[in-house]
Design a protein around this ligand. Structure first.
Ligand SMILES: [Zn+2]
Ligand SMILES: [Zn+2]
Ligand SMILES: [Zn+2]
Ligand SMILES: [Zn+2]
Ligand SMILES: [Zn+2]
Length: 348
């Protein structure tokens, strides 16, 4: 537990951070205003061009204007919702030191303890162990970086660190359905978190973050809890998400993408063990679509077989037939009278 002196030190650091944040907010508004006024100037220019084009009946010039106006309007559309919240609410006064000390006192009461690291300028609390839908995710440390408060409009100013990590089987960096690489996906809570930090309601900030961690939103997880443990590939054992898992109907097991393929003929998913390759055209096929050559017994696709014979065996057979024919011809020739053979020679 921190004593009053320690809390006062933290409160002082928080005030510094909040002053940086206040400045950053004006800076951010100014940056957005600059780009908005640029867009409005371009709109004014397009508006003049549009008027002139219409007056002269230049329809294709008017069409080009339309395209530019449309692009500029969508840029304005993007800009406005970012400017409004920065401009509409007046910035609150930064809380005084005693107010912040009270805030920290309440925070300490709420979480049992506050960890303050003066060298990195971070304030952290630890949640109770969290279990969502029977999956134990362990306790999490929520660490606010006071040095990063002034970057609040670009990036998150805090980390969520799993203390007894039980990450998703398919992604080590996902330690909670809503935490990836120590960043919390705030979802609907993002405005509340930002407002709490802007107003120096430190205790609120941590409790909102904790309540997001204690809630599972199945619509927007990094990895859904249904898929937390993934599915093990029956062949190589790699755990993959249900989306990346392939079921082989022949042996009735799940496989990863590396250990499965699909039959080029019936398009059924099949594991490598149950698939066969045509020895001639190298197409991958399932067991049902592969056929044996009657002569050599190797596997082929249907289109490479002719009368149940593979191309090699067909060729061999044809050669044999030819040879037989030649032998027959030769023996016929030999039985021909000598004179006829001479005639042939003379004729050529
Ligand atoms: Zn595999
Ligand atoms: Zn199989
Ligand atoms: Zn097939
Ligand atoms: Zn083939
Ligand atoms: Zn053959």
């Amino acid at each position: 537990m921190n004593d009053m002196k320690n809390l006062a030190r933290m409160a002082d650091r928080i005030r510094e951070g909040l002053m940086g944040l206040k400045h950053a907010r004006y800076l951010e508004l100014s940056r957005h205003l600059t780009s908005l006024t640029g867009q409005l100037q371009q709109l004014t220019a397009e508006s003049r061009k549009m008027g002139a084009s219409v007056a002269r009946g230049w329809l294709s010039a008017a069409q080009t204007c339309c395209k530019n106006v449309d692009r500029l309007l969508s840029e304005v559309d993007y800009c406005l919702p970012r400017i409004r919240p920065l401009a509409e609410k007046p910035q609150k006064e930064i809380p005084t030191l005693p107010v912040l000390v009270d805030e920290l006192d309440a925070l300490q009461e709420e979480f049992g303890d506050i960890e303050f690291d003066a060298s990195t300028n971070t304030i952290s609390v630890v949640t109770e162990p969290i279990t969502l839908e029977d999956i134990y995710l362990g306790p999490f440390k929520i660490q606010l970086e006071l040095n990063k408060l002034d970057q609040l409009y670009y990036r998150s100013a805090y980390h969520v660190i799993a203390l007894e990590p039980n990450p998703a089987a398919t992604d080590d960096s996902v330690t909670h359905p809503h935490v990836s690489s120590e960043k919390l996906c705030e979802g609907d809570g993002s405005a509340a978190i930002r407002a709490a930090l802007e107003e120096g309601r430190i205790c609120d900030f941590f409790t909102i973050a904790r309540s997001i961690l204690n809630t599972y939103s199945p619509d927007s997880p990094y990895v859904s809890l249904d898929d937390w443990d993934g599915r093990a590939c029956y062949d190589c054992g790699r755990r993959v998400s249900s989306e990346d898992s392939y079921y082989c109907n022949h042996c009735e097991h799940d496989y990863c993408s590396d250990c499965s393929t699909y039959c080029r003929r019936c398009e059924e998913t099949v594991c490598l063990g149950c698939s066969g390759q045509c020895s001639y055209c190298q197409e991958m096929l399932c067991r049902n679509c592969v056929s044996k050559c009657e002569e050599c017994g190797e596997l082929f696709c249907e289109s490479c077989l002719k009368d149940d014979l593979c191309p090699n065996c067909t060729e061999e057979q044809e050669n044999e037939d030819e040879r037989e024919e030649t032998t027959v011809n030769e023996s016929e020739n030999r039985s021909q009278p000598q004179a006829e053979a001479t005639d042939v020679k003379l004729a050529s």
